[in-house]
Design a protein around this ligand. Structure first.
Ligand SMILES: Nc1nc2c(ncn2[C@@H]2O[C@H](COP(=O)(O)OP(=O)(O)OP(=O)(O)O)[C@@H](O)[C@H]2O)c(=O)[nH]1
Ligand SMILES: [Mg+2]
Length: 451
């Protein structure tokens, strides 16, 4: 029977493919669970990008095929499905080389993209601020630069769509690909890097002005409830959506009190971009200025979706990403969110083990307001323990005024005593900030001059 094919498709129709080389001895049930989780996550990403998933394939292999990634037979099977179901794009869970994409597209006869390209596409459509747009465009161009040999011209269905879109207001690498060359791309990359450098300078200045705050960053896998939590803790009004990568920009808010209790120091709390398995390295690189908020935080709230079957793997991904950006040695409160999704037996089974493994953890539901008191107490406790009061003595000379001004900006001066040759100051602030500040002031002086 002939199928009726709509000439105007609102959504692209996609097939998903996942391949793995399982470790020998892995039980079949475990392997199936992992494939399912990976394909489900890829489906969520695909839906977030605006396509509809028509079918999913997975293949276990002893080794990856250098020409097609999957077996040629499997590629032909997928090609059959593409023809039969009028598929627009095939998305691989794995990263593919340009040659593999080209070879696959020759057989499959529709657009083939890999997970990094899909993630970049989602970032492109979600980018709102100039900074996020610049970061995404840079990551897309770097991704493309490594794949410039790719020739989509042999495809009839290649016009636009997922994997080719740029941040709004830009053409997107797919459209400019044919008309462009390596030189143009590398010029554009240099230009974007310069632009990001300027944005980063501005941010640095802003951050210096906020040095007398304790800084908390919300981190975690994407869609775990970070923005929901920020909205509860402050009146941020950040967009909350059941979508991956709803947040791409940092929102920073002041937290003066928690649950009506005044905090010992003003706190800045930031929500930022979520992490995901196989986050393209180019993206991490170009999101450095957004992620600086995490790198420079004093305390991390690591939000975990306890209702996800793969939350333990997600924790690992977040920890690895934190270590990649150099933010892994900070005090952390692990916030297990979405406990409302667990049934009683699951709670009894999972929570005691996790409490042992993560002693500094709380179990809450941000959206249902469950157990938020325990989170407030933990935040209060960790902030209080990170505050310190120290005494320093500075020489009463011409530089003293400059130093006191700097201290005023970056800490709280609790007491000032003018002695004959010195000024003794009692200052209060975040331990790390105080240490950094005092070592900055003492850098050009003999340390003996200070208490
Ligand atoms: N059931 C349940 N859903 C929640 C809870 N907290 C947040 N959500 C939902 O989870 C989804 C994601 O929430 P967000 O706050 O946008 O998550 P995020 O971590 O900021 O996500 P990204 O910015 O996309 O990385 C939304 O649909 C929320 O309503 C919770 O405690 N329980
Ligand atoms: Mg968010």
């Amino acid at each position: 029977m002939q199928k009726l094919i709509s000439t105007h498709k609102e959504e692209e129709r996609a097939i998903l493919v996942c391949t793995a080389i399982p470790k020998s001895g892995t039980a079949k049930s475990v392997k199936q669970r992992i494939y399912k989780e990976h394909l489900d996550e890829l489906e969520f990403l695909t839906q977030t990008a605006g396509a509809v998933v028509i079918d999913k394939f997975y293949q276990e292999r002893d080794k990856i095929d250098s020409s097609f990634f999957i077996g040629k037979g499997k590629a032909e099977e997928i090609a059959g499905k593409v023809e039969e179901e009028d598929i627009d794009l095939v998305i691989f869970e794995n990263s593919l080389s340009p040659t593999q994409i080209r070879n696959l597209e020759k057989i499959i006869k529709c657009k083939v993209i890999d997970k990094p390209a899909l993630i970049l596409d989602i970032f492109a459509t979600h980018a709102r601020t100039a900074e996020a747009k610049t970061q995404v465009e840079l990551a897309q161009l770097q991704y493309m630069q490594a794949r410039l040999t790719r020739a989509w011209t042999h495809l009839s269905k290649q016009a636009g769509g997922i994997g080719t879109r740029g941040p709004s207001g830009t053409k997107g690498p797919g459209e400019t690909q044919i008309e462009t060359d390596r030189r143009l791309i590398s010029n554009r990359i240099s230009m974007l890097k310069e632009k990001l450098k300027r944005i980063e300078e501005q941010r640095k200045t802003q951050r210096q002005q906020r040095a007398n705050f304790t800084r908390i960053a919300l981190v975690g896998y994407t869609n775990v409830g970070k923005s929901t939590l920020l909205n509860i803790l402050t009146d941020a009004g950040v967009l909350v959506e059941n979508k991956l990568f709803a947040t791409l920009d940092t929102s920073t808010k002041v937290l003066k009190e928690i649950n009506g209790k005044k905090l010992p120091q003003n706190v800045l709390i930031s929500d930022t971009v979520g992490f995901i398995r196989n986050l393209p390295h180019d993206l991490i690189e170009s999101f450095k200025s957004t992620l600086a908020e995490v790198v420079e935080a004093d305390i991390l709230l690591h939000v975990v979706d306890i209702s996800s079957e793969s939350f333990d793997e997600q924790i690992k991904v977040v920890e690895e990403t934190l270590s990649e950006i150099g933010a892994d040695a900070k005090p952390v409160i692990t916030v297990f969110n979405k406990v409302d999704m667990l049934v009683e037996s699951e709670k009894e089974h999972i929570i005691p083990d996790l409490k042992q493994k993560f002693p500094n953890s709380v179990f809450i539901s941000a959206s249902k307001g469950i157990n938020l008191g325990s989170l407030y107490d933990k935040i209060y406790e960790i902030i209080s323990s990170s505050i310190e009061e120290i005494e320093i003595k500075i020489p009463a000379n011409d530089d003293a005024y400059k130093i006191i001004n700097k201290l005023h900006l970056q800490t709280e001066i609790v007491d000032t005593k003018y002695l004959s040759k010195h000024i003794r100051l009692k200052i209060r602030g975040n331990k790390n900030e105080l240490r950094r500040l005092v070592s900055g002031i003492t850098q050009n002086k003999s340390r003996k001059e200070f208490a």
